[in-house]
Design a protein around this ligand. Structure first.
Ligand SMILES: Cc1cc2nc3c(=O)[nH]c(=O)nc-3n(C[C@H](O)[C@H](O)[C@H](O)COP(=O)(O)OP(=O)(O)OC[C@H]3O[C@@H](n4cnc5c(N)ncnc54)[C@H](O)[C@@H]3O)c2cc1C
Length: 230
């Protein structure tokens, strides 16, 4: 990449609409979750509100198909944006993305849009609750708050099935180890069958656990994202 590409004078900013983007990197996050990073062919600054999403316009087996994915990166790193996708058993698009989308591929996205974001709901104290891949909008917010040195007190409770399912585990540990006002609690439903044991919080988040971890939760702006229980 050249300096010309990064020239802030000539660089465009995107706004809600249809955009052609190129996949520039694929990152294996966990055994069934991948992050896909995108840039525009012409330089574009991808500003958006952390928590917002894009809708991918794809053609699979000759049929047009759209799916929405949260932008998991932060607008503080605006030359690219990322989505993080979990394989859904039997799911058309999530499996297609994992099996087919690679570096150099072009596609169209619509957005960014979404009211679930931390700009429209500013807070001094927040409680983040996420389950599984529901971490993506909250991770975008955490990255944004961290990169912008925001004055915010965050209590983050993330639930995963087992240790091998914890998305962004090392990055979260890193970020939360550096800011005293950021507290991270990871809850695993169980240990891995064959791999890692889990010595942290276990089971499902319930009222008692919440009161122990965040006794002041009623004073906090609550951002919650996760799957419906199965
Ligand atoms: C705003 C928003 C943000 C999102 N952000 C993310 C994100 O960050 N990361 C992420 O991974 N996902 C995210 N999602 C979910 C994502 O949009 C998709 O819904 C998900 O990837 C599954 O899509 P799919 O095409 O793979 O599955 P689909 O093909 O839609 O199938 C979904 C499920 O239904 C079952 N199914 C499909 N057809 C039938 C049928 N005829 N009968 C019975 N069962 C059937 C499938 O087996 C599968 O289990 C987000 C959704 C929204 C709305």
């Amino acid at each position: 990449m050249t300096d010309t590409f990064m020239n802030p004078i000539t660089t465009q900013t995107w706004s809600n609409g249809r955009h052609l983007v190129r996949c520039v990197k694929v990152i294996q996050e966990t055994w069934d979750v991948r992050t896909f990073c995108f840039m525009a062919e012409q330089p574009v600054l991808f500003f958006f509100k952390p928590g917002q999403f894009v809708t991918l316009e794809l053609e699979i087996d000759g049929l047009p198909i759209m799916r929405s994915y949260t932008i998991s990166s932060s607008p503080s790193v605006p030359y690219s944006f990322s989505i993080t996708v979990k394989r859904m058993p039997g799911g058309v698009v999530s499996n297609w993305l994992h099996d087919n989308l690679k570096q150099g591929d072009d596609l169209a996205v619509h957005g960014p849009v979404g009211n679930f974001n931390c700009i429209d709901y500013p807070a001094e104290k927040a409680l983040f609750l996420s389950g599984g891949v529901g971490i993506t909008p909250l991770m975008s917010m955490v990255r944004w708050y961290f990169d912008t040195n925001a004055t915010i007190d965050i209590n983050f409770i993330h639930s995963a099935r087992s240790p091998k399912d914890i998305i962004y585990h090392r990055e979260m540990e890193h970020i939360f180890s550096r800011i005293p006002e950021f507290k991270l609690h990871i809850v695993c439903e169980r240990s891995d069958e064959l791999g890692e044991s889990w010595y942290g919080l276990r089971g499902y988040v319930n009222q008692r656990m919440l009161e122990l971890i965040a006794p002041d939760y009623l004073e906090r702006e609550i951002f919650c994202c996760g799957p419906t229980p199965t």
